[in-house]
Structures are given as C-alpha cells and as structure tokens.
Ligand binder design. Structure first.
Ligand code: PLP
Length: 463
C-alpha cells in the first residue's frame, strides 16, 4: 500500500483531529464552533491548511524551527537513503551521519569538541544538568551542584527543564520543582529593574548574577545556563557590556557557562550560533529546533574537550562515565537531515541573507513604531524580532493579552502566521514575535509587516 499525504478527505481529517488530538499550548473548548486548523502542506515560506488556505509562515513552524523552509526534497532524499541503509542503532556505537555531522558542526564552533545526541531541546538541556551534577559529585563532594538560570529564559518542558526556567506563568501549576536551581534577574533594558544603573545596564545586570553566586556560596554553584537572546520570554538581546562581565564572573567563581542555542542556533541571528556575536567561550552549548529544521528530531549537547575529559576513566579505574542514554539519540534520520540542512545554509549563503533581511525587517518594524503609539520597543537580531505592545509609552503598561491574540488572528485572516509571547513571563503576554525562515525575501518581509500594519490600523489606531 502506498500512502500519499496529498490524498485525504479534508473533512474527515479535521473531524478526527477535533475528536482525538490534544493540541499543544491550546485551550480546548467543549463548545468550540471553529474547526481546528490542520496544516497539510508546506513549500518554501508557505504552508496550507486542510481547507486550502495559504499562509506565509513568519515563525518557521510556529516555534522558530523550520530554518531552511518547507519542502526541501534534498533533505527528504538524504533521510530516505539513510533510513534504508541503517535507520537506527543506539549511540553506544557510532554511525555514519552522526560522525559526519559532528565533524561539520564542531568546525563551526571553535573551542568546542564533543557532540552528545538526543532528541529535543529539553533533553539536550537535561544532559547538561546531569553533567553538572556528576561533575559536582566527582570533583566537589556533591557541593558545587547548583545551576543558575535567568528570569524570563525558557529551557524546556520537562519538570527539571522547567525548574531551570524563569517564566512564572509557564511553571505555575507544575511544581514542586527539582531542587538546586536558582534564578538570577533578567537583563531586559526596556523593563529595567527599579534601582538599576541605567547608564551601564549591561554590567549592572551581569553583576546581579555575581550577587546571587555570592549569596548562594560560590562553592555551591556549578553552572550558569543562559539563552544568548531570550526567545519565548520576549526576544531580549542582553545589553552592551553584559556578556563580557558574565564571562568574567564565570571564570572568577569557577562556574561552567551553558548557552542554550535551541532557538538561536543554526543561523537564526545571522551567525551559526547566537553566542558567536559576543565573543563568549561557553563550556556547553545545547541546540535542537533548527539543527535539522524539523525534518527529523535531533538535539545536540556540545561540550569542550575539557568538560569531556572530566568524564574519562580516572586514574584509580573507577567506572564513573556519563551514565546516560537517550534511545532516539541513535536515530540516524536526525544527523542525516542535519548534514544537508547545514549544507543548504552554506550553499545558499543564508547567514548573509539573515543579516540583510534582518536589518530590513527591523527597519520596517521601526517604521511601524513611528506610526503606532502602541509599539513600545522593537528588539531582536537577524531574522529574529519582537516588539512590545503597551497601553502607554510613558508608563510602559503592557496591553491585555486579548489584543496580541486579536492581532495574531487578524494577520492569520490576511494569510500571515505570526507569533507572540504566550503565557510566559508574568503579565507580559504583549510581545509579538517574528522568526521567518532564513530564506525570507524582501517581498516576504513586506507581506509580514504589511499584515501587521493592517492589523494595528484596525485594532490599535493611535488615540
Ligand atoms: N530552550 C529554548 C530556548 C527553547 O525555546 C525551547 C523550546 O521552545 C527549548 C529549550 C525546549 O526545546 P524542546 O521543545 O525541543 O524540548
């Protein structure tokens, strides 16, 4: 029997979806009048739903994932060829695409050395947490086990990844959490904390991390886990001076620096990795989403050789290797897809495109800000942008969540899918997020911003 995803009865699919599928991050209503949206096809920057509606996807699969765009037959062909050769063998042994991709990836990450495969961003982060705990056990009598995370950052959906997440509304109702995770203050300049040094906010915000380390005791803090640019917490690029100071603090207190590149990795910001804009030397880097642009599930925990060395056989011959396995880390489809994904980014010079179109996008968003008082701040880097909606530019009071939802629905009815902060950080469900595929053209950006312009003209005209 052959199955073609193009052959289906749209009504039946929609009904089956409504009856049986539990959608993510969605409130299901028993009295729902509208049909659920079922996406059936993608090509380039566009997707189609079961009813034949076409959308320009300004968020790469809703959650900043499809970096090289939809319908890449070269990735599908490579995955198919690999699956019929060898679909799976646990990562207790090597396989061809895993070895080839690791080599290609490390080539783009000077200073890094080892790749540990698993299958989601949350899981890649969990690997780091386990490594930190084991390093503490092996070298510091278990004491240096605490992991610091930043207010507004997100590191995943599992209970421990949520324990390392600084988003109150996402965590609400899921406690109790894993002990040993400690929050440090955010570094969003637009929302600078009371009493902050506004002249030198980057250094001030980094110094708040030092205060937490000193309060906890430096001999108890093993690692600091940060997004290079906070994504779901509101698209926040740390201000000037922040990263230099963070790096100094980590060095001074012997704290491992873990950078979560699950969103920023693989070109989103115009460099291979977000941290590479700031001259940071991380000890661990995690990535998922754009690694294979969603053509297969794959995530990587990348470490320096120095971290890897800590897990080698000690001189007394003890068996204390990294006792971890991820079954699907042995799926070969992931690295097979990731290899071609990376090749596409190189061959099509997509990093250059991200820089060029990203600047154009931000320019157009600033024009929107000139036009609509409701836009309080425009942020981002490369094809990764966000803008905050406020009731009043002076007080910066965020708009109600309903307005961001209406703007999303308005854009959707005009054929453009946009994103927004979704019940993440306190009441700040007011940031519209954009992360189009790295192949976006100027015409695509125009269509996205025009849809936003129309939505704001109807829903938030200047008062
Ligand atoms: N880290 C960051 C920065 C993310 O944005 C996400 C997901 O959105 C994750 C980790 C978790 O990744 P996953 O959903 O693949 O587990």
């Amino acid at each position: 029997m052959t199955y073609s995803s193009n052959e289906f009865d749209a009504k039946e699919v929609v009904n089956n979806d409504r009856k049986h599928v539990w959608h993510h991050l969605s409130q299901h209503k028993p009295y729902e009048e509208n049909d659920p949206m079922v996406i059936v096809k993608g090509e380039g920057m566009r997707v189609w739903d079961a009813k034949g509606n076409e959308y320009l996807d300004a968020v790469s699969g809703a959650v900043w994932t499809v970096n090289v765009g939809y319908g890449r037959t070269e990735i599908a062909d490579a995955v198919r060829d690999q699956l019929v050769t060898l679909n799976y063998f646990a990562q207790t042994a090597g396989n061809v695409p895993a070895a080839q991709f690791a080599e290609k990836l490390i080539d783009k990450m000077p200073g890094m050395s080892r790749v540990y495969y698993s299958n989601s961003g949350s899981e890649a982060n969990e690997k780091v947490f386990k490594m930190v705990r084991q390093i503490a056990e092996k070298n510091y009598g278990g004491k240096k086990h605490k992991i610091l995370f930043r207010e507004r950052d997100y590191h995943g959906t599992t209970i421990t990844a949520l324990s390392a997440t600084g988003q109150f509304e996402r965590k609400n109702q899921y406690g109790p959490f894993t002990p040993g995770f400690v929050e440090v203050p955010h570094c969003c300049e637009y929302r600078a904390q009371e009493g902050a040094d506004l002249e030198n906010y980057g250094v001030w915000a980094a110094n708040q991390i030092e205060k937490v380390i000193l309060a906890e005791g430096p001999d108890t803090v093993g690692a600091l886990c940060l997004e290079p640019i906070t994504a779901g917490g509101g698209v926040i690029e740390p201000p000037h001076g922040y990263w230099e100071r963070v790096q100094e603090i980590c060095k001074q207190y012997n704290v491992l620096l873990h950078i979560d590149e699950v969103v920023c990795g693989l070109g989103r910001t115009g460099k291979w990795f977000g941290y590479q804009h700031y001259g940071i030397k991380p000890d661990m880097v995690t990535m998922a989403k754009g690694v294979a642009s969603g053509y297969a599930a794959i995530s990587c925990t990348v470490t320096t050789e120095a971290v890897f060395d800590l897990f080698k056989e000690p001189e007394d011959g003890r068996m204390d290797y990294f006792r971890d396995i991820s079954t699907f880390g042995g799926c070969t489809a992931g690295p097979a897809a990731a290899l071609v994904n990376m090749q596409i980014i190189e061959d099509e010079k997509l990093l250059d495109n991200v820089v060029e179109q990203g600047e154009y996008l931000r320019g157009r968003l600033h024009q929107l800000m000139d036009k609509y008082q409701v836009i309080g701040d425009v942020r981002g880097k490369g094809l990764f942008a966000g803008f905050e909606l406020v009731k009043d530019r002076l007080t910066k009071e965020p708009v109600d969540e309903a307005l961001s939802m209406q703007i999303g629905a308005h854009c959707m009815s005009n054929g453009v899918i946009i994103g927004r902060t979704n019940r993440s950080f306190k009441e700040y469900n007011n940031t519209i997020c954009l992360s189009p595929a790295l192949i976006a053209t100027r015409a695509d950006i125009d269509k996205i911003v025009d849809a936003l312009d129309n939505a704001l003209a109807d829903l938030a005209p200047n008062s």
